[in-house]
Design a protein around this ligand. Sequence first.
Ligand SMILES: Nc1ncnc2c1ncn2[C@@H]1O[C@H](COP(=O)(O)OP(=O)(O)OP(=O)(O)O)[C@@H](O)[C@H]1O
Length: 966
Amino acid sequence: MENHQKKGPLIPISPSQTPRSGEKSSKGSNESNGNPSSKNDKEKGVNIQVILRCRPLSEDEMRVNTPVVISCNENRREVAAVQNIANKQIDRTFTFDKVFGPSSQQKDLFKQAVSPIVTEVLEGYNCTIFAYGQTGTGKTYTMEGGAIKAKDGDFPSDAGVIPRSVRQIFDTLEAQNAEYSMKVTFLELYNEEITDLLAPEESKFSEDKSKKPIALMEDGKGGVFVRGLEEEIVTTAGEIYTILEKCSSKRRTAETLLNKQSSRSHSIFSITIHIKESTPEGEEMIKCGKLNLVDLAGSENISRSGARDGRAREAGEINKSLLTLGRVINALVEHSGHVPYRDSKLTRLLRDSLGGKTKTCIIATISPSIHCLEETLNTLDYAHRAKNIKNKPEVNQKMMKSALIKDLYSEIDRLKQELSAAREKNGVYLPKDRFVQDEALKKISPLKRKLDEKEHSFSDLDQRYRQAKSTIKEKEYLISYLLKSEKALVENAHQLRSELHNAAADVSGLFSKLERKDSIEDGNIALIKRFHSQLAEQLNLLHKTVSASVTQQDDNFKRIEKEMQSFVAVKIKATEGINVWIEKVTNVYSNCIRNMDVMADELMDESQSTIGKLNSQILSHSCALEDCLKSIALEGTQLLDELKSDLSKMEDKLANFTRQQHEGKVRAVEATRSISMIATSFFQVLDVHSSKMDNMLKESGKIQNEQLYELEKKFEECAADEERQLLIKVEELLKDSNARRKRMVQEVVDSLRKGAAEGTTALQKEVSSAQDSSLNMREKWCSYMEETEKHSNEDITAAETGRICLEDGLRNGTEANQLLCSNLSSAASAALQDADLASKKLLSSVDNSCNLDRRMAETIGTTLIIPSREELRQLESGHYHGSLEIKENSKNCLEKEYKVDESTCSTPKRRSMNIPSEEFIEQLRTPAFEELLKSLKQANVEGKQISGMNESHPFRDLRAPLTTVN
Ligand SMILES: Nc1ncnc2c1ncn2[C@@H]1O[C@H](COP(=O)(O)OP(=O)(O)OP(=O)(O)O)[C@@H](O)[C@H]1O
């Protein structure tokens, strides 16, 4: 049943605003509704429909036999409340438009009372149904009912007004095969704060977050709308039931003494329907109707509901809304000038439903229990009074589809602009007319505030006046009652007096009759006489007391009368004063209102003229703007051309710059190449030199080795010769030997000196040539460095000029240029970095070559260990001293020690012969040149000076061939 066929999507109009029956569509239909009653309604006004529903006694109430004090007569549409005051039963009867007794069913109430209203909604009316009553009397039961979802196509019997209305709407639209769209809103008013029950929940855990209060705004046309209220587009009844179930659970409920699940808030569920219709001319029109279903919070007084602490405040706020509702109803019924709609949000929201253009139905709910009688009577009074409110229902203007679509488009535009403003966070977008309106409102709002204050004080005074009036009425009633009772008392007293007189007369008549009878006994007579006298006394006493009390009563009544008269006089005087004052206030107030009206008119005129001026200004501005735009466009094209030429110039500059960069790079590469060639040749030369030096060293070593070997050999031979001839020609031989040794040593020393001198000169030559070549290299390096620096400076200046040019270009250019420039500058910086890198590389290669140079010098320094002259001299002197010692020793040996072999004719004494061993002689040999070099290097490492210039006897420890042996 919910698969209704929709001919096309319809878009609902602006959010959360009740469609206005009075609003004229710009291109709306001119045709009237065609409903004659509507014209009538419009002129006369239609009374709000008030329905009364009495719930049955609850199980608990039945269990304790709670007395029932309400009786309903559905046929006569009457409700009677039985009141027992001072043991007197007072019945109060109220008549309503419809009455539903305790046994009434949900479906009956819907069919009889609500269904016609739903039909009117579908005809294009705005209708409101609200449930009013004490807590626990069945407001929610009536509006929502027990279960919502229909089983097997039919509702459960306790389904309330809302689900039934929804189903009727969908059924009717389906039956009409209508093209329509529908949206629903659901809000809650709690403690004077509005929350959106349809709003998505922000957090599962935080109840308060999901119930963010939202603002009630003036729409500038006298109405209100709830800003940002969520609207849900619905296409099936099922969707609405789901929404209802979800939202109902969100409503604030609490347990009170009177209801376990008491709704602590007012809720308004609204359904807005747009239906497409076609005129006979084939024009498409949109009809719009809205149904507001309001479930008010309990109207009970705070103490009875059992509300405590926070709940008491809650009840206060609820009551504030309901009190204002009551005051609004009073004001509307009494046609007083001021209706305090603005005093509560509830009345602001329901403004159009109370005395406006909406069709309204109040369902007042009551309990039959005696315990609720006071509240029940209040509800009955309230509802009964509300019956007199007159609304002027108007069917909503039908709109042409095209006009509606146009409106919607402009709405979408506005929303888009608002959205973009909200996104960019640069304020709020306001359409021009809205802005003007807001400005006017800003001016009006302080006046309005003053007016509100005045209205407040006026309504206070009004209330006080009413209270005073009612007290006076009460007092008057009391006086009349007292006068009446006084009269009755006086009459009673008179009656009593006459009765007493009669009785006295009767008794005296009796006595006379008795006196006349002689036969009566004296004793009896005396007794009777006594009795008579006693009776007479008592009668007199009674008479006295009665007359005293009567006089006292009289006095009292007179006093009271006097007091009352004076009180009434005072009150009348006060009332007159109040009346005069009220008149004055009314005059002031009406003057104020008139002034306000005048001001509002002026403001309106002013705003109109401002709008006109603004329009003309806008027109002129738009022309100027057009011209300006044209000139801007022209300038733009010029600028574009300039930009293009700038760009081409820049491109040229860039090409030049790139070329320069390229050349610079080529130059750098060539220079590097030549450097590398020079370096290679230098290294080759170095190689050659080092190999030469190596050869020379080897040769000199070899020569020295050979010479030493020869020396050794000769020395051995000589030693052998000497040994052989020692025995024969010791002295001679020794002399010869000494001379030979001297000569030989001299020769060796000379040859060594010569060889060393030759080696030194050759090495010095090599060193000087190496120094020359390194100097040469250094010079070349310096020149190359200068050149490279020059090139790199050139490159840097070129890059700098290029960068400056680009920056200029950038300053003048567009964003594209900026991009280009950034590319160029990055290229320039990359080129600069390249140049830097190249120069760094060059510097590092220079450093490397310098290091190489230094290392070479070090190598030369460490490898070339040339014995100096001093050393040679020392060596020579060492040898000289050595040979002297040898000479001395040999002399000793030969002259003293060998001469002992002369014949003494006795066995010669055993003597120890100190003959040098073979190892010792081996030790005397000069070590090989490599070993010598090695030991020298080691000595150098140990911190001794290699050159040995300042050290004495550098070779003494290493080789002391001719030290003291013997
Ligand atoms: N006409 C009725 N027939 C049967 N039961 C009813 C009827 N009216 C009310 N009830 C029952 O009375 C109880 C209270 O009703 P409900 O919650 O609708 O009261 P209420 O007026 O909405 O109270 P509150 O203002 O505290 O929310 C519920 O259990 C409901 O089922």
